[in-house]
Design a protein. Structure first.
Lengths: 157, 121, 157, 121
């Protein structure tokens, strides 16, 4: 069973130009791993959000750095690791304001982390600023998936 | 490839319809932001964003709606959304957008929801 | 000028299932690098052929290994490196028979290396069987491209 | 996604038309190979491969044509190709296929090139 595990890795320059490629990468793997089209679209969104944050915040829009996305698929779950060597941050300090509040403040930001958290079953950071920052996002498969499995259809619950 | 994004604007009576196509992400959102900002600056505050051909939206795209919705409403208008594909709608839904924005199944329905939109042509 | 250089890297399990993803990766980069749609399609084909060979020959269709594609783009050229740790081979010994001869022998193989050579401007192997086998394929940009610029139309012959 | 490959076969008079769609690479070629082998085994050696919706072909796909062309011809038939998109045609061209295979602009033209194809219906 352990032999089912498969690993994929994509490394691209830290430019928003490459977000489309990153999404296609995730979509191809999600589809291959048996996730539905809607689930796969959400996985691609979460990874897009994580990579956008790396490009815009960790690297402050300097396109000369690199973003790495590692994906591991096994019979239970799909795991995404987004890795950068940028400035890092303290995720416990990142504000999660209600959307109404963001609108009142005319703030366009603050939605990315919320989307990541609602899409994924588990989100972990390992931050060593300037050295290696890792965001690990885990999505359980629907069948075995206890927590947060997103049943688009009633399914075998 | 179909990695592109494009915008088309036209009048629908007194309402301005902005059709967005393709992939709206952090790379393409600035284009959309410029167009909406320009409409509002020009005093056109009754906006319908036609999402028929919108294939993808990330928070960068959603942020454009959030940035300008208050300004449009304070000017007596609104930014209404129309014809969102289910795949894209699920993203708006996750964030609670349907409670905050007026989202209609078709451009015609969205246009009709502006007071007096039916008067002129 | 050197700052223009951009590097991309994709690593996938050694299964033909991943060829589509590899082609999309190459297509996205080729397009971004300013190659035409036809040129980009040919670049994707050459990389597909190289990866197919790795999967089928270097790894003998065992899907538990990895194929790596590194792409470097600068103002002069695009360079593809296909890397494996499989059994390797002696490229000077690979037969390049005419297509008629292959048909006469009812052989379906033998076209991949020929396609790679006709598409790319330069093809180099560095083979250390079982350790690290590298196939480096270089395509010049058309403008500055002296040797082998791929004229789909009569062109500057 | 559009990463798929599919095959459809039908009769066109005494000729068998095999329509292939999508991406024909080392992953999908075995499917195509099985279909062609089956046709020949069943004695149907007048084949036209309709490439209208073929978006991609690599050497694994080209190899299928090479494997069976002689067998089809020796049985008094042929494997003709029809309606290849320019993007795909360039690949056949690089390998010198146009000199070895009968490639026609349309399925109808390819079918018509079989002797007596017009007789029956
Ligand atoms: N990878 C990262 N590196 C540095 N800071 C980050 C990173 N990810 C998120 N942040 C911080 O968390 C905040 C919230 O992120 P997010 O919810 O994605 O909204 P936005 O990016 O639109 O501001 C960001 O504004 C930024 O300050
Ligand atoms: N990466 C590789 N590892 C081992 N052998 C290879 C590799 N690439 C090519 N070869 C050898 O060269 C031969 C010719 O390759 P190619 O022209 O691609 O045709 P095909 O793969 O269809 O046989 C192969 O049959 C194989 O013996």
């Amino acid at each position: 069973m352990a032999s089912y595990e498969r690993t994929f890795c994509l490394q691209v320059p830290s430019s928003t130009e490459n977000l489309a490629l990153i999404r296609e990468f995730v979509a191809a793997i999600g589809e291959q791993a048996g996730f539905s089209e809607n689930e796969t679209a959400r996985l691609a969104l979460a990874v897009d959000e994580a990579c956008t944050n790396v490009i815009e915040h960790a690297y402050e829009n300097e396109a000369t750095h690199e973003v790495t996305v590692r994906v591991t698929v096994d019979e239970d779950e799909i795991v995404f690791e987004v890795i950068d060597r940028g400035k890092g941050f303290d995720p416990t300090q990142a504000p999660v304001l209600p959307v109404e509040e963001l609108i009142r403040q005319r703030r366009s930001g603050g939605l990315g982390l919320r989307l990541i958290r609602s899409i994924m079953d588990d989100v972990q950071y390992r931050i060593v600023p300037g050295e290696k920052n890792e965001l690990k996002m885990i999505k359980k498969r629907r069948a075995g998936g206890a927590g947060g499995a997103d049943a688009a259809r009633p399914a075998q619950g | 490839m179909t990695r592109s994004f494009s915008i088309e604007t036209k009048n629908h009576g007194p309402v301005r319809v902005i059709a967005i196509r393709g992939y709206l992400d952090a790379h393409t959102a600035p284009q959309f932001e410029n167009v909406v900002a320009e409409e509002l600056r020009a005093g056109r505050c009754r906006l319908v964003v036609d999402c028929t051909d919108l294939d993808y939206i990330s928070s960068a795209g959603l942020g454009v709606f959030m940035t300008f919705i208050d300004e449009a409403r304070q000017a007596g208008g609104d930014i209404k959304l129309a014809a969102i594909q289910p795949k894209v709608y699920q993203i708006f839904d996750v964030l609670g957008f349907p409670a905050l924005f007026d989202i209609q199944p078709s451009v015609e329905q969205a246009v009709a929801r502006f007071d007096g939109a039916a008067e002129k042509d």
